[in-house]
Design a protein around this ligand. Structure first.
Ligand code: ATP
Ligand code: MG
Length: 335
């Protein structure tokens, strides 16, 4: 078997620390990857004068699989979000954001296992029709939903549910108000649901879904929704299992996949050895599953479960008193 090469983007803020921790974990688990490093975000702007250099694009394209730290997009005019740019450029139409309860966190719930499947390239993130009137008194943006895009993400959600043995898919929408866009999404959701009679299909309006997630989250299995709702709901779901330090995400397209943490660069704790690397380690586990290296994925997940449950050298967001390096050390010892 040829050795798999992974493109690694350390990223900004806490990115380099948590990516470094993750690569140590992958190596220790015996994954035997080659890594090619690439810059993006502020790190790239300083070194190369652009947020996403051409070499980075080529490496993502060449190796197909990318593990990425959080990227900071400078605030202000002329900079579109780098994450959004990458998702569009590589047509990464599906964003899979699983959350799973781990014993030993400070989370309010114990039995959460929810997969949010977020449409990743359309909706309010299509970037279309953005205008601000000359006097600055009126701003406009367009939301785009296509039948093709909706069908693709909904089919992806059901296929993933089938593959992972999940029982229920909830399509989340706001078709009562957003009659055209959310209405089309819901219509297609009902059609796709018919093709999967063995999976329970439900639908829910997004505001109710927020309340239900807080009051009775155990009822959810797979949530499939449009871009902006998926963005917000997946942060909510991260909160159910102990916060952003516990939430990974996979961006999947036809050719390429980018695995990352749901959270951002956490500038408030950057460079302080305080970040919890779990989110990127869980993203690496998603990557291993995507590569069908399930035994390695299982091995790392078990070690992670043990460390968090025992509270051995855990980080502050998990209720511990330790930093990124100690936490990583505790994990490496168990591998
Ligand atoms: P960005 O603009 O890059 O998204 P942000 O200011 O929104 O940055 P986030 O990275 O989204 O910050 O983080 C939000 C909060 O969650 C911050 O208080 C941050 O410290 C905390 N946080 C995020 N990731 C982690 C992590 N891996 N470990 C511990 N705390 C984290
Ligand atoms: Mg953020």
């Amino acid at each position: 078997m040829t050795k798999q090469t992974i493109t690694v983007i350390p990223g900004d803020g806490i990115g380099p620390d948590i990516i470094d921790a993750t690569l140590q974990v992958l190596d220790k688990a015996g994954c035997n990857f080659d890594y090619e490093f690439a810059d993006a975000g502020l790190a790239a702007l300083e070194k190369h004068g652009e947020l996403v250099p051409e070499e980075t694009i080529s490496l993502i394209e060449k190796n197909k699989i990318t593990l990425k730290g959080p990227l900071t997009t400078p605030v202000g005019e002329g900079f579109t979000s780098i994450n959004v740019t990458l998702r569009k450029q590589f047509k990464l139409y599906a964003n899979l954001r699983p959350v799973l309860s781990f014993k030993g966190t400070k989370a309010r719930y114990e039995n959460i296992d929810i997969l949010t499947v977020r449409e990743n390239t359309q909706g309010m993130y299509s970037g279309a029709g953005q205008t601000v009137s000359e006097d600055g008194a009126k701003a406009e943006a367009m939301s785009i939903v296509t039948r093709e895009g909706a069908e693709k993400i909904l089919t992806f959600a059901y296929e993933t549910a089938r593959k992972e043995g999940r029982k229920k898919v909830t399509a989340v929408h706001k078709a009562n108000i957003l009659k055209s866009t959310s209405g089309l999404f819901l219509k297609v959701a009902r059609e796709v649901a018919q093709r999967y009679p063995e999976i329970e299909s439900t639908e829910m309006i997004v505001d109710n879904c927020c309340m239900q997630l807080v009051m009775n989250p155990e009822q959810f299995d797979v949530i499939v929704t449009t871009n902006l709702f998926g963005d917000i709901l997946s942060d909510l779901c991260a909160g159910l299992v102990g916060g952003l330090g516990m939430a990974p995400g996979a961006n999947i397209g036809e050719d390429c996949a980018i695995f990352e943490a749901v959270h951002g660069s956490a500038p408030d704790i950057a460079g302080k050895n305080l970040a919890n690397p779990t989110s990127v380690i869980l993203a690496a586990i998603q990557m291993l599953e995507y590569l069908e290296m399930t035994d390695k994925a299982e091995k790392i997940r078990n070690a992670l479960t043990e460390v968090i449950a025992s509270g051995d050298r855990t980080t502050r967001d998990l209720g511990g008193t330790h930093g990124t390096t100690d936490f990583t050390e505790a994990l490496l010892e168990r591998l």
